[in-house]
Design a protein around this ligand. Structure first.
Ligand code: ADP
Ligand code: MG
Length: 462
């Protein structure tokens, strides 16, 4: 396939650097071919700024929000750097540290995609996978070792791996490493690598402990910050939805049905909420699944695959399990709870609006979320707008209430914790109109939404 050079940029911001192609960055022909076959026409900001200095063997601190293509900004130049040199048994030539197994696996996929024209050997060292094959690969010699800190420490302590041949180190998703308590492990690993190595650190945010880590282990690094610290992506329309705690599930269902959802990730702060919410959604006939830290590796991958294949279109997730996962085309992110750590807000909503696509993010704010949303707004430096009637994507029916005909329902006990199993959801058109207390449904043309104005639109902002 031929590489196409863009002569005229169609992007809005038309500075010269924005017209730069991958070919201008100094990458090899073989690599450019793989990049164009991957369908990338131009580098993202972080790629444009990081690739040339990485090729010049400089240490790098790369700060860019999630979904901005940080992976390729180190994988691409690494492929060219690693192209020369020889493999040695037990001594990987380069090391990439990632906080979770899923993220490590994603980095490996990137290597396979872009490195297909190169003779590079990879090994993936992650927990939950048989160690035998990993040790065998190491014995045969690897160019690039991609590992989670825990598993690497494990192998190192058993003497199955030597790190003194490692000329290049990448610490990916450094802020997540911090959240997961990996900093001591990383410090230990850094101390086992040769001092003359090249080191790169990538992160969406730079909290003080990460600054400290960088100062200690990077040598005169070039700092690349492509947008304001912890700023959120322009392609994401974010709202907060003031709700009462017990209305959260109902509100979520309303939005799933009425906000043109294709695929959504719903984040909750607790594993138990993830499990219960998923069950509740399934009871209501939604095609949902769950991913959280208590699941073993294979079930997590299986669930993620079902989501990627479209078998399910709603994934209920906890932060640890979902950090940095590259799931294409997620149209919506819901924060069922406002995250406790404001950095997590940036990461969560970063799952949508990736690589140019538009996305919508809704953050539910109940009384107990008030402090957390305040912290989010402090971090991002802007107030998240309240989801209002003008933002609703379907026509809202606001009819004067007709005389009450239906028998009064006793109020449900504690949301739908007690809801019984329901039959699988019918297609929209054959579904009976849903009714609510105090409001009645107006007859509508087929295919249009026939529900009343949802109650949460009347709740005032906290
Ligand atoms: P980050 O690590 O910054 O969160 P990723 O490296 O996971 O982001 O990339 C996010 C998405 O953008 C991925 O789906 C990736 O394939 C895509 N992507 C990366 N670089 C480009 C590019 N130059 N053009 C188009 N898409 C890209
Ligand atoms: Mg990443």
């Amino acid at each position: 396939m031929l590489r196409t050079r863009r002569i005229v940029s169609t992007s809005v911001s038309g500075t010269d650097s924005n017209r730069m192609t991958f070919a201008d960055l100094g990458l090899s022909e073989d690599l450019l071919k793989a990049v164009s076959e991957a369908g990338y026409s131009e580098p993202t900001d972080i790629q444009r700024e990081a690739i040339p200095p990485v090729l010049m063997m400089k240490d790098i601190i790369g700060i860019a929000q999630t979904g901005t293509g940080k992976t390729a900004s180190f994988v691409l130049p690494m492929i060219d750097i690693m192209a020369s040199g020889r493999r040695r048994a037990l001594m990987p030539r380069s090391l990439i540290l990632a906080p979770t197994r899923e993220l490590a696996a994603q980095v490996a996929e990137n290597f396979e995609k872009y490195g297909k024209n190169h003779d590079l050997r990879l090994a993936l060292l992650i927990g939950g996978v048989q160690m035998g094959d990993q040790v065998k690969a190491l014995n045969e010699g690897v160019d690039v070792l991609i590992a989670t800190p825990g598993r690497l420490m494990d192998l190192f302590e058993r003497g199955k791996i030597l790190l003194n041949g490692c000329e290049l180190l990448v610490i990916d998703e450094a802020d997540r490493m911090l959240d997961m308590g990996f900093i001591p492990d990383i410090e230990f690993i850094c101390s086992k690598l040769p001092e003359s190595r090249q080191t790169m650190l990538f992160s969406a945010t730079m909290p003080p402990p990460i600054e400290k880590l960088a100062k200690k282990f990077l040598n005169n690094p070039k700092r690349i910050e492509v947008s304001r610290r912890a700023s959120t992506n322009q392609n994401i329309t974010a709202f907060k939805v003031p709700v009462k705690s017990r209305q959260k599930r109902e509100t979520l269902r309303w939005l799933i049905e009425n906000d043109h959802i294709e695929t959504a990730i719903v984040f909750a702060n607790r594993k138990t909420t993830v499990r219960e919410l998923n069950k509740s959604l399934q009871r209501h006939g939604f095609r949902s699944g769950e991913i959280h830290g208590d699941m073993d590796q294979s079930s997590r991958i299986k669930e993620l695959d079902r989501f990627k294949q479209g078998e399910i279109n709603i994934l209920v997730a906890s932060d640890v399990a979902a950090r940095g996962l590259d799931i294409k085309g997620v149209s919506h992110v819901f924060n069922f709870d406002t995250p406790w750590h404001p950095d997590d807000y940036v990461h969560r909503i970063g799952r949508t609006g990736r690589a140019g696509a538009k996305g919508r993010a809704f953050t539910f704010v109940a009384e107990e979320d008030a402090e957390a949303i305040g912290n989010v707004e402090k971090l991002t430096g802007a107030e998240v707008p309240v989801f209002g009637k003008k933002d609703v994507r379907v026509d809202l029916v606001e009819k004067p209430a007709e005389p009450e005909e239906k028998p009064k329902r006793t109020r449900r006990k504690r949301d739908e914790e007690t809801v019984e199993e329901r039959p699988a959801r019918k297609a929209k058109s054959e579904r009976a109109p849903r009714r609510r207390r105090d409001e009645d449904d107006a007859p509508v043309a087929p295919g249009e939404w026939n529900g009343p104005r949802p109650g949460f639109l009347d709740v005032s902002a906290t």
